[in-house]
Design a protein around this ligand. Structure first.
Ligand SMILES: Cc1ncc(COP(=O)(O)O)c(C=O)c1O
Length: 334
């Protein structure tokens, strides 16, 4: 048994498997700014097809994919509506305002889902030179800071109907859409059909070291390609990274079910309501979350916080069943 701490801070801490490293080493590459990297192209075409959209664009990070995707819908001085703990409003360091001139207003939902009535109240039509106009509504699925919760498809369909009725569009932060797909069985294409543009990550539960994609219409992707370069995200022989992503799509989607089972096991050991655990993230209510996290670290389990009264555990590819059981026993003892 290893003495190394069991790292449940995030599903971003995984290291590439040997098989993934081999795929990276063997990748055919070219200069992707010239559009000559065959592996990047293959990844972009494959991911666009998975979501039933025209095209996709490989980006270094999910944050950049979100910035490009939101700005494809929202002009400077317009707004996007999102949930109050959405990654785009809390954790992208103000990029949408600082770089795209986008403002945001938020609704609050305890599980990060779609608060349809509140969204309808927030929605601001373009009334000329008086109010900020709502150009898009953003959904996060699964919702990270709400504990990996899944946004149910019927809620998304109702939002879609509303958006079409009022002429606004929908952005999906699908950093963990793969987890939603595996947890619910909803095809990725159905999630794709419910939104205008989305961002997906290969570097979270799928275990790639780097890489995300913006997915959308051919026009939106062509424009985003220019903006990606402007932001410093034009990459050259990026096929070595895209190969990791292709490998992850082949081998690491279905196995997310294991991470979800591990999350339920941890929730059970900690007495967390299983109804709050949809995927691979466990939000652990605690009066002193930081203190609990510090004691857990001393005991050999690394976790994080998502606020003063919520600790967070995230299961992933690099913690197997034995490690999860050990973590569960150590945490239960605390
Ligand atoms: C929901 C969500 N969206 C976007 C991102 C941004 O991804 P990146 O860290 O690659 O910028 C994250 C990162 O954890 C996330 O959890």
């Amino acid at each position: 048994m290893s003495d190394a701490p069991i790292d449940l801070r995030s599903d971003t801490v995984t290291k590439p498997t040997q098989a993934m490293r081999r795929a990276m080493a063997d990748a055919e590459v070219g200069d992707d700014v010239y559009g000559e990297d065959p592996t990047v192209r293959a990844l972009e075409e494959r991911v666009a097809g998975m979501f039933g959209h025209d095209a996709a664009l490989f980006t270094p990070t999910g944050s950049m994919a979100n910035v490009l995707a939101v700005r494809s819908l929202v002009a400077p001085g317009q707004e996007v509506l999102c949930e109050a703990r959405a990654h785009i409003v809390r954790a992208e360091l103000g990029a949408h305002g600082a770089l795209s001139g986008v403002t945001m207003r938020t609704w609050r939902s305890p599980n990060g889902r779609i608060a349809q009535d509140e969204i309808e109240e927030l929605f601001a039509p373009d009334l000329g030179p008086f109010f900020v106009a709502t150009a898009a509504i953003s959904i996060e699925n699964t919702h990270n800071f709400a504990g990996g919760s899944v946004v149910p498809l019927p809620e998304l369909a109702a939002l879609r109907a509303f958006a079409e009725g009022v002429g606004t569009r929908i952005h999906l932060d699908g950093a963990r859409i793969w987890n939603a797909h595996v947890a619910t069985g909803v095809p990725l294409e159905e999630y794709g059909a419910a939104v205008d543009v989305l961002a997906v990550c290969l570097s979270k539960g799928l275990g790639a070291p780097v890489g995300s994609l913006m997915v959308g219409s051919a026009d939106a992707i062509a424009e985003a390609r220019v903006w990606r370069k402007r932001l410093g995200g034009g990459m050259r022989q990026a096929g070595v990274l895209a190969a990791a992503g292709l490998h992850a799509l082949d081998h690491h989607i279905e196995r997310l079910a294991e991470d979800h089972e591990h999350a339920r096991l941890l929730a059970d050991a900690l007495g967390v309501d299983p109804e709050t655990v949809d995927t691979n993230i466990v939000a652990v209510p605690h009066d002193d979350a930081a203190g609990f996290v510090a004691r857990a670290a001393e005991a050999g389990v690394l976790m994080g916080t998502v606020g003063p009264r919520v600790a967070r555990l995230v299961t992933h590819l690099d913690v197997d069943r034995a490690a999860v059981e050990r973590a569960a026993a150590l945490l239960a003892a605390l």
